[in-house]
Design a protein around this ligand. Sequence first.
Ligand code: BGC
Length: 902
Amino acid sequence: MKKTFFAIILPIILIESICSQTIVKELLTENLIDPVGLDISIPRFTWILQNEKRGITQTAYEIEVESNDTFAWRSGRVLSDSSVLVAYKGLPLKSNTLYFWRVRVQDNRGYISDWSLPGSFRTGFLQPSDWKAQWITPTLEEDTVNRPSPYLRKTFQTKKEIRSAVLYATSHGMYEAYLNGRRVGDAHYTPGWTSYHKRLQYQAYDVTGLLQQNNTIAVMLASGWYRGTLGWSNKNNHYGRHIALLIQLEIEYTDGTRERVISDPSWRSSTGKIIYSEIYNGEKIDLRLEKEGWMFPEYDDSQWAYVKKTNFDTAKLVATYNEPVRQQEIFKPAAIFNTPKGEQIIDFGQNLAGWIRMKVKGKSGDMITLSHAEVLDKEGNFHTANLRAAKAQCTYILKDTNKVILHPHFTWHGFRYVKIEGYPGEIKPENFEAVALYSDMEPTGSFTSSHPLINRLQSNIKWGQKGNFLDIPTDCPQRDERLGWTGDIQVFVPTAVFNMRVHNFLTKWLRDLEADQLITGEVPNYIPDLGSNVNRAAWGDAATIVPWTLYKTYGDKRILHQQYGSMKAYVKSITNVTHDGLWDKGVTFGDWLAYSPEEGERKTPGTNKNIITQAYYANSLRIMMNTAKVLNIPDDEIYYTNLLEQAKKAFHTAFINEKGDLISPSQTAYSIALEFGMIPYHLEKQAAARLVELIDDFGHFTTGFLATSPLPHILLKYGYGDLAYKLLEREEYPSWLYPITMGATTFWERWNAIKPDGSFQTQKPQSNSFNHYAHGAVGDFLYRKVAGLDIAPDKDAVGYKHNLIKPFPGGSLKHARAILKTYYGTVGSSWKLDGKQMEMTVEVPVNTRATVYLPSTTPENITEGGKPVNTSTEINILGQEEDKYTVIQIGSGKYQFKIQRL
Ligand code: BGC
């Protein structure tokens, strides 16, 4: 980049300032590192400031964006503390163009940083007319039962020295593309799952290094989500019967001339080794049928079939916004053994979503079958009944005696155990590995404590997220379902945002939610929709809860702008059917999969379903009121404020009796009503006391997907911290830790998926997933309350601009620690108890501040870095609160507090 200088340059940089220079690093464009293929006309920039000194903030920034040695934007010096999601304001961006940008900042001490190292982004196609390629589909006579994977290929020459080459690709079905035998990119299951008829994502790959003079583009296609079997009634062809491909390769030579290679009727097609491929059922690969050399230019394809043109509106093509699915962790066998039935099994020690990579050497015709399962049954045999119709099997037929490495391409399984049949020779651990596959989101959070089972709980929660964040947020990764259930994600999203950066992943999914919403605003129960029912209370509310959570976590106002129409339409679809503010015609799955006693066990009190529907409706109204405020739409803010008041009144009239209690004396009812502020203030304490009685009465929670995760938060809020920790540390069924005592490595769909005697629950044996993340929603309690890492409540705090550090030590825990990588940098909160002393370590990123609650009302009892806290100029004591805390305000930096507690 060219060197320019800050409009106002400080003349002398002192030696001292060099040591404490603010460094600008980790540039993100639209939340990604150097993305290729953005179709957003106003991308946003984020950078992290680093400085070991305390109390550093940004006071100004300067950004330069250039392309081909020409400036597209020079912001000049902008007086601002914004370093997150700063919108581009330069010349209109051009399609398929590489841009570089850099930034420097001035900090609150007046020092100017060096320019950052450049970040980059490449635009995709900004107008539909940029697409010159034609959709093509194979003309092969198709085996309509097995639907083998078609191969498509095209050979071409390049003429001069290449400066850059970008391949744009998408398909109906899934594709894997190769250039001269080398895989293009490392994404799997492309183009991902969207509401295909309305939005189809394309991918862009920089393939400059893959091109030579003679080239072949080779593509394998598979049915995928587009036309494969999906849903639980064995239906296929949800989006169409025919798979198809669209490819456009844009080459730029060093002399500035350009060339384009596109999919068109000159391509040829055939089939090869993949003779069957379905998401649920698995893949069958017959190596004897492979067309050797078909990915290379020398291959003779004269016998291959032609392809024909098909049509699809290019206006519906959108660039990929979320991170691709990539291969992630690899697990070696933890144990290899035979079951009582004589099955040969490998245990990989972790329930995950992905596939097996296997090395094998045999002879032509040898057939090896790998079946996948999450659990063994009580007797120790391989258990697949809970996969329902999903066969989850991969079969390989060998061609010769060469050693080969095999894995499937267009399927994945939810598994921990693999049953191996037909493997030639001994099953040795070095020949097998389990590969986890999921969307490649940045891991952002970690939580650890002195409690080994709670640490395992955190690990299980993360693995639930990994196993189910595979291009869309699914309910489970193993059975014939794997759908984007709205209720599950709205419950889990507060936890998900801690573990990984789910910003783009869920932004993309919300676009599909809007696309699949009915014209009347109703929200299908899962997204992308295959024709499900709509507007189940607490499920449809994903339309409001998910964008609002993304806004709060990432400080992203644009997501609210984008989703506002969708959010409004959903809420309107409910308001339209309310009577005097009451949603009494609402349908809901209720507190799904609440503790449900088996024969002979004590029954739990039921919950009037309208308590749930009304509380969720009111919650969505509150989100609308707050969103209208953020977006500065006063009329809407007033409108939703009034509706919320009306909805709350209707709740009081309908569900609170003359004694001030809820008409349904259930934990679910109290949890949800308190969580969503449905109880009049003067009755809140009474309601909390009722909730406590109900928990004490059973000795455990009796709640499900919706009402369980709010419980510990509510208990803390109303002064029942001991009970919150009792629930958290409970190991007997039902509890969060019970599955762990039974060997679980992910969260179960049901509290009693495996009963204490080792047998499976019998209430609904066919719905017994061992990898459902919804109950893992307790994760947000671990981060926000146990470790005490949160966002302050003021409106400017969003995105962790203002952190709240307020841990709640309790139970048998001796220490806990959470860290979170925000767009500003790493926030950290940890505490340790040592007799009457408590140590707290707090890390606050540059350009942010934190309000910290120190558990002593006597500042004299608190030191920071060994010095009394009240003598520090870097610590601002705000006062005492709740008869318990000294509250302080600090700027960026690392702080070590010691508190003598009485
Ligand atoms: C899914 C759930 C989902 C539910 C709604 C189930 O089959 O697995 O997680 O929320 O249906 O009824």
